[in-house]
Design a protein around this ligand. Structure first.
Ligand code: F0G
Length: 468
């Protein structure tokens, strides 16, 4: 497939719509500064006539491109020649029903499904996008790649750099703003790790300046190629549902890359006639990092055919600056107050009749404990999706019987600190929970301390036994 003629980059701004070759390394439109999409001339792409044809590739799993849960769908992100694709076997993830979580959300059994992206090689959904960004980095001959991160993007970029050796990796993190699980990954995979005195929003600003100045390839979700890879989460969900469209897709919102790419994936599938209708989208913010909620639900900011009211955004950010308010949540992965993909997320919400909600850290940790008790380990940010479903059910926005898919964005072992604090009630970590308004732990599973004596151990087990 002559990728260079089929795929191009296009400015999101309807007043500009400038196009650029995929051979260019850009993160914003050089003409007007707006975000870029990767777009396709679909008349040139040989897209399978039915989504079921993608499933057939399960039988060719010794071929790395068929094995990858991203590149198995490569006709739906056709920007790279096959021989340039960088894959480490990402996207072997699962959609599974959780009756435990359904009951918690007051929804019927069998109607709540969890898309478990923690099963990716670096333990989060980011690998879906990083395989695509790494491929583009290779196509354009990049020698060094960088990102700012709350931890998962950096772990993902570091693993792609480390395992393929194609480029050196520099990651920028806010000092003290990253969980040890994630920091350990960047360090172990050999990334140059720059700890900036500041938070994610500061790191994000700096990495853009550094990449421009030093001509380093930027791998944040401003990079439109990364978002192409993240579209495949939607394809795998549909595939697991026998290509039926669910009623709701619910996703935590941080930098808003996922919600943006989900909207794009669904719009393209509809355009290609591969799905008959669109699901509704719910994006869930943490209450301490609720920019999208504030702008969309309270100040009425809308996509408005691409004419997004910049003055509303600017005045909100000016208020944040004036009050010195910073994003603050135990769900550190989504501790972001200036989401770079804001406009694309508004487009996705517009397309999918979407809603935005905010949930407290108490709600997030309670939901996380329930997800865990149902057998799925996720990090706090991921649990915002389930807390959001519970809230939307309570409000009557989600109706019983609707089929709801929650994205569990990353693995539990990424950030065990809050989990252990919640379950143990350990005084050393309780202060941190209290500081974030988490005063109760109704679903705590406390460890039982016993002396090193057989009879006392047996007695402790007996005391805890559930009556038959
Ligand atoms: N969940 C997890 C576990 C994440 O790591 C992130 C983002 C999100 C949700 C939010 O996704 O940005 O697409 O809205 N983490 C980024 C990082 C910012 O640097 O790892 P989003």
């Amino acid at each position: 497939m002559p990728a260079s003629e089929t795929a191009f980059q296009r400015c999101l701004n309807p007043a500009c719509r400038e196009t650029y070759s995929v051979a260019e390394v850009l993160t914003r439109c050089p003409a007007c500064g707006d975000l870029l999409d990767v777009d396709y001339d679909w008349s040139r792409v040989k897209v399978p006539g039915s989504l079921r044809e993608f499933e057939a590739r399960w039988s060719q799993r010794l071929d790395p491109l068929a094995y990858s849960g991203v590149w198995r769908f490569r006709e739906l992100l056709p920007f790279a020649p096959d021989n340039q694709i960088v894959t480490i076997g990402e996207g072997q993830t699962q959609l599974r029903s959780s009756d435990h979580v359904a009951r918690y959300c007051d929804l019927p059994e069998g109607t709540v499904l969890l898309q478990y992206e923690g099963l990716n090689p670096s333990g989060s959904f980011k690998d879906n996008g990083m395989t695509a960004a790494s491929t583009h980095a290779r196509m354009t001959g990049a020698r060094q790649a960088a990102c700012a991160s709350t931890g998962n993007t950096s772990a993902s970029l570091a693993i792609y750099g480390g395992t393929t050796g194609l480029f050196g990796v520099v990651v920028f993190v806010g000092s003290g703003k990253i969980s040890y699980g994630k920091l350990s990954q960047a360090l172990d995979y050999g990334a140059l790790t720059i700890q900036i005195r500041g938070d994610f929003d500061d790191a994000m600003r700096q990495v853009q300046a550094v990449c421009k100045e030093a001509r380093i390839y930027l791998c944040n979700s401003l990079n439109p190629f990364r978002l192409e890879g993240q579209k495949t989460i939607i394809y795998r969900i549909l595939e697991s549902l026998g290509w039926e469209v669910p009623d709701w897709i619910v996703v935590p919102g941080g930098n808003l890359g996922n919600s943006s790419s989900f909207g794009k994936a669904l719009a393209e599938l509809k355009h290609l006639g591969l799905i008959p209708r669109l699901p509704r989208l719910a994006v869930i913010n943490a209450a301490g990092a609720d920019t999208l909620y504030e702008l969309h639900e309270r100040r009425g900011l809308r996509w408005n055919n691409g004419q997004v009211d910049q003055a509303t955004i600017d005045s909100y950010y000016a208020e944040l600056d004036a009050s010195g308010r910073r994003a603050e949540t135990l769900a550190t992965a989504i501790q972001i107050s200036r989401p770079v993909n804001l406009k694309k997320a508004l487009r996705a919400l517009d397309l999918c009749d979407g809603v935005v909600r905010r949930v407290s850290d108490q709600e997030i940790l309670d939901a996380k404990a329930q997800i865990g008790a149902g057998g799925f380990g996720c990090e706090p940010a991921s649990a915002a999706s389930v807390a959001g479903v519970r809230l939307l059910r309570r409000e009557g926005v989600i109706a019983p019987g609707e089929r709801v898919v929650c994205i569990l964005t990353a693995h539990q072992l990424k950030d065990p600190t809050a989990t252990v604090a919640y379950h143990t009630g350990d005084p050393a970590s309780r202060d941190e929970l209290l500081r974030h308004g988490v005063e109760r732990a109704p679903f705590a599973n406390r460890p039982v301390a016993v002396p090193n004596e057989l009879d006392q151990i047996l007695r402790a087990i007996e005391a805890a036994a559930v009556p038959a």
